[in-house]
Design a protein around this ligand. Sequence first.
Ligand code: PAF
Length: 290
Amino acid sequence: MKIQIMGAGALGCLYGYMLSKGGYEVVFVAKGEQYKALEEKGLRITGIEEDEIDVYVTNRPESSDLVFLTVKAYDTMNAAKMLRSVKFDAVCSLQNGVGNEEILARFFENVVGGVTTYGANIAEPGRIVYAGRGRTLIGNYRGEYAEAFYEVLSSSKVNVEVVDDINERIWEKAAINAVINPITAICRVRNGMIAEMQEIWEIAERTAIECEEILSRMGYEIDVRAMVRDVALKTSENRSSMLQDVEKGKKTEVEFINGAFVKMAEKFGINAVYNRILLNLVRGIELGVD
Ligand code: PAF
């Protein structure tokens, strides 16, 4: 079976690596320096596992059986348009943020949503640090392909589960990201500081309460405060993905995280003050200075 990883960044490479080890034929789709490094030197893994493998890498998607989408949320539309030109049975998003599956469902019949707490960072082009073995939840968004992705992931020893309401899990993960990511990016601190420093926790807690209120109006009763504390402590040494983007001067996924909460709040007539402030501050950081 041929599996394509559309967006072979840190997480995409980690999944591609695990699937290659699981015996699947894997196509890594990458761009820029990452594409060059993977083509010339293969993929090197450090951290929880140490390994080096040769990979098949392209800079355009190819036809395959299944596709995992691991691009940044702001690149989903572009990736979907590129994927339209090739053949495959189904696509599974393993991205951060809200709205990716909705975009994919506009183009494709079979869309599986997913969230993951596996941790990986790019150390340099072609080399990733496998930082944490997590859990991956997937579920049907459009069509019935979750079981097919489950087979591929579980046979590659990925810790995976199929859930009934993937939309709830996507919003739950987005709520955790809405608190941890912008605060760590603005304060330039590791995740642990969210729970460890009282002044930061006060803002984190307020933001979490706001997310809980919005989620509750959507019909989801989620203890965001407890989840944020737990994730912040369990990943205390991590630099959040948004902090990493900000440090590299790259665009962040804030529009698909806090932006999504602000938009949803507007629908319910809630003024999402904390999410709006964090969203606008990160937008300011993205603008940077000349
Ligand atoms: O985006 C991230 O960095 C991660 O989703 C999380 C859970 C905040 C851990 O760093």
